[in-house]
Structures are given as structure tokens and as C-alpha cells.
Ligand binder design. Structure first.
Ligand code: NAD
Length: 443
């Protein structure tokens, strides 16, 4: 099938590459000229395991093309994906200006029937908004052309995006039209062979499903972080509690890790956006507000340990920081806990020597060159001359480091571990002062 994807970001690029891989003819459009030029040269704008070879092979095979030419994009596919960003606007609501801009572009150039698929995460009612924008633009053109709008939210996880798209756990389709459904079955058929993963529903339910999923996951994390704060005060160990509750099959072990707060491009903005949606219709979303408040506080947890450990004397100190991305296997720094921590340390007059396996370039892009940030080539180099070690991201490579080397290199044998990678008792035996999240018995 001929498919057009507007927006070559984490979602658009992965989805396009995966659709091309199964044989569809996919054209990707972005307004970012540098991104398009780089992609044509084989430079992939993001780090995502397995993505680079997939893009390269399909680009070389001619099934995946990149352009800034929106008119050509509209002409190419009967299916038109909208996969542009929906960042929070000033009050936290989802800003739909990129989505409506693409809808307008499609309507300006279309000359035949189009299925417009909302892949971006958008508030309930956005499909109606897209429909009105298209209808208004077509009316202005005095063009009476048929089209449909489908809600098809994306559930990929950064760090596992390619495999999530190749083997989706579910494909949510929100539509009120059976012919469109047949097209969707044809489009996603290659990903739907083992068993039926398609969940068909009305458009509004599909739109809300995406927010409900992300808000549920964010709630699990904030719940565990609240428990971890209680554990710390009560002298209990949240890691023991985690295993204790995870063994209940109604709860399960997934997604109940305490830590120094959730980040990324999705949970923070989607929780906020659903809060705003609820408030706009006069509903007080008490639980969602608490999820957000717990997370905001949790992002200061490590800093409060550091301040306590050094009796508030942080000016002129240097901290080794392992992990900058908001989670492992991505270079995405959006809303990352490491950013809150670094910015708070800088305000207190401290310096940071950071290492991340993938997010160094992104950190450089965000913060530029500054005297209180040094990006180091290895995790060991980050320790040189540092007062203590802080861990913000649970990269595999941080799980079993050379503790003797860490101890010999740091000025103070102190580790502030925002991801509970190590066993507190062993760390004490090794001679460290060790701060984990919610490990009250040892802190
Ligand atoms: P992103 O910021 O990585 O990419 C968005 C792209 O859209 C950018 O390259 C931008 O230049 C482009 N763009 C903006 N306006 C455009 C226009 N008029 N025409 C063509 N291109 C345009 O965003 P993302 O992380 O891929 O997220 C996209 C959407 O998918 C968001 O709504 C997000 O909430 C949702 N989502 C993201 C993830 C994730 O893990 N990142 C997962 C599921 C859903």
C-alpha cells in the first residue's frame, strides 16, 4: 500500500521503517530540512536499537523515502499518517498546532480520497477538530473530496520501539466506518498474523485509551515512589516490598520500580494534558494531580540526599553523574530526572562530570558548553576528581561496575543511586555510604 507519514520523529520514523519493512511503499515528510537531508545520507536522528539498519535497508530498497515536499507526500499515499509532536502548551494542555497544520496541508493538496490517521497522542475530540480543519480547507478550495479520519494511537516504548512496532501488543483503531476498517486490516495485516491484535472502537474511546494507558503507568510509578518515601521513613526496604507485592498476580512485577521520578516525552505531558482535559469539562482529577505532584517531588529526591550528606555545602564540589537519558536504550532527554538534578546542582554552585552511553550529544545540544558541565568519554573518567557518584539511569553497563575503582577514585565514598541498582548491605560492606530510593533500613 502507498503510505505517507507526516513527522519523522521517534514515532513517525519507526512506524514508517516498520511499514516499509513488510513491503508498504512509505514516503516520510518533515518540515525539518536538516533531518531529511541527513536521513537521505543515512544519518539517523535518534538512537533506537535496530532502527539504523532497518531505515538503511528500506531506503536503499526504495520502499522508504524522505522529503520536505508536502504536496508530493499528499499525492503519494491514500493513507496519510499524522505523527507530529503534541507538546504541552502554556497551561499543560496538548498543543495541537502541528497536528492541525498537517491536516490543513493534506486538505490543501489532496485531489482524491484520503484516510487521515491520527498517530500522535491527541486529546479526545481531536479527530473532530481534524475533520473540521479538512472540511473548512476543502470548502475554501471549493473541492468536494471524500476523506476519513481514524484514531490509531501509538504504544511503542522508546528503547524497544522497533520490536514494539514489529510485534505490537495491540493495535487500537478508532473509526466509525467499516470500509476504513478494511483498509486498516490490510495495512496492519502483516503485524496481525499470529493472533488478532486489533482492538476496534469508536474514535473518542481510542483517543482516551492512549491517555488512560500512559496515566495508569505513571500512576504505578508514583504509587511506588510514594511507598518508597514511606519505606524510608519507616525503616523498611521498598525493594523487599516491591517483590512482596509483585508476587500477587493481580499486581504483577511489571512497572513497579521506585526511582528518582519518571520523565520522557510522554508520561509527564500526557498526565498533564489529561488533567487539563478533565478540568476543562469541570472534573477534578484528584488522582492524576497527585501522580504529577509525587513525581515532581521525586525528581528532587537525590538532591535532598546529596545536600544532607554534605551538610548543604555543595559550592565548588564536583559530582560524577552516570546516566542522562530518561531511561536506558534511548538518547531522549525530554523531562529526564537528570536534567532537574543537574540544574539544581548548578544552582547550588556544584559541577557535574557526566557520562551516558547514548545521550551525550543530546546533552551537549541542550546545554551547550558550560564550565560546570563536563561530558566524559567513559563512566570511569566521570569519576576522576569527583566528590561522589550519582546514578540517574539504569543502563545495563552500570549494574556491575568496579567498586574498588569507584572507591579509590572518588574523594568521598558516597553513591546516590536513583535506580536502586545495588544492594545496600553489600555497599556498606564495601565501605560506601549508599543512598538508594526507599531503602530506609540503610539510609
Ligand atoms: P518528535 O518530536 O520526535 O517528532 C515530531 C516530528 O514532527 C519532528 O521531526 C518535527 O520536525 C515534525 N513536524 C512538526 N510539524 C510538522 C509538519 N507540519 N509536517 C511534517 N513534520 C512536522 O515526536 P515523537 O516523540 O515522535 O512524538 C510524536 C507523537 O507521538 C506525539 O504526539 C507523542 O506524544 C506520540 N507518542 C510518542 C511516543 C514516544 O515514545 N516518543 C510514543 C507514543 C506516542
Amino acid at each position: 500500500m502507498k503510505v505517507t507519514v507526516f513527522g519523522i520523529g521517534y514515532v513517525g520514523l519507526v512506524q514508517a521503517a516498520v511499514l516499509a519493512e513488510v513491503g508498504h511503499d512509505v514516503m516520510c515528510i518533515d518540515v525539518d530540512e536538516a533531518k531529511v537531508t541527513n536521513l537521505k545520507k543515512g544519518v539517523i536522528p535518534i538512537f533506537e536499537p535496530g532502527l539504523a539498519p532497518l531505515v538503511k535497508e528500506n531506503y536503499e530498497a526504495g520502499r522508504l523515502t524522505f522529503t520536505t515536499d508536502a504536496e508530493a507526500g499528499v499525492a503519494h499515499g491514500e493513507i496519510q499518517f499524522i505523527a507530529v509532536g503534541t507538546p504541552p502548551d502554556e497551561d499543560g494542555s496538548a498543543d495541537l498546532k502541528y497536528v492541525t497544520a498537517v491536516a490543513r496541508t493534506i486538505a490543501e493538496h489532496m485531489t482524491s480520497y484520503k484516510v487521515i490517521i491520527d498517530k500522535s497522542t491527541v486529546p479526545v475530540g481531536t479527530a473532530d477538530k481534524v475533520k473540521s480543519v479538512v472540511m473548512e480547507t476543502l470548502a475554501r478550495r471549493q473541492a468536494n473530496l471524500p476523506f476519513d479520519v481514524v484514531s490509531n494511537p501509538e504504544f511503542l516504548k522508546e528503547g524497544a520501539a522497533v520490536s514494539d512496532c514489529m510485534k505490537p501488543e495491540r493495535i487500537i483503531i478508532g473509526t466509525d466506518n467499516n470500509q476504513v476498517l478494511d483498509l486498516m486490516r490490510e495495512l496492519y495485516g502483516p503485524f496481525n498474523r499470529n493472533h488478532d491484535r486489533m482492538v476496534i472502537m469508536d474514535i473518542r474511546s481510542a483517543e482516551l485509551t492512549k491517555y488512560a494507558a500512559n496515566c495508569m503507568l505513571a500512576t504505578k510509578i508514583s504509587f511506588m515512589n510514594e511507598m518508597s518515601n514511606l519505606a524510608e521513613l519507616l525503616g523498611a526496604d521498598i525493594e523487599k516490598v516491591r517483590q512482596g507485592i509483585g508476587s500477587d498476580s493481580r499486581i504483577g512485577y511489571h512497572f513497579i520500580y521506585p526511582g528518582c521520578g519518571y520523565g520522557g516525552s510522554c508520561f509527564p505531558k500526557d498526565v498533564q494534558a489529561l488533567i487539563r482535559t478533565a478540568e476543562h469539562i469541570g472534573y477534578q482529577p484528584v488522582l492524576l494531580q497527585a501522580v504529577e505532584a509525587v513525581n515532581a517531588k521525586q525528581k528532587h529526591k537525590l538532591f535532598s540526599f546529596i545536600q544532607r550528606h554534605f551538610n548543604g555545602d555543595l559550592k565548588g564540589r564536583t559530582f560524577a553523574l552516570w546516566g542522562l537519558s530518561f531511561k536506558p536504550n534511548t538518547d531522549d532527554m525530554r523531562e529526564s530526572s537528570s536534567r532537574v538534578l543537574m540544574e539544581t546542582l548548578w544552582e547550588a554552585g556544584a559541577k557535574v562530570q557526566a557520562f551516558d552511553p547514548e545521550a551525550m550529544e543530546e546533552t551537549q545540544r541542550i546545554y551547550g558548553t558550560r564550565s560546570d558541565l563536563a561530558l566524559m568519554g567513559t563512566k570511569e573518567a566521570a569519576l576522576q576528581g569527583a566528590d561522589a557518584l550519582i546514578i540517574c539511569t539504569e543502563w545495563q553497563n552500570f549494574r556491575a561496575p568496579d567498586f574498588d575503582l569507584i572507591k579509590a577514585t572518588l574523594k568521598h565514598a558516597a553513591i546516590f543511586d536513583g535506580r536502586n541498582l545495588y544492594e545496600p548491605e553489600r555497599m556498606v560492606q564495601r565501605g560506601f555510604t549508599y543512598y538508594g530510593i526507599g531503602r530506609g533500613a540503610s539510609v
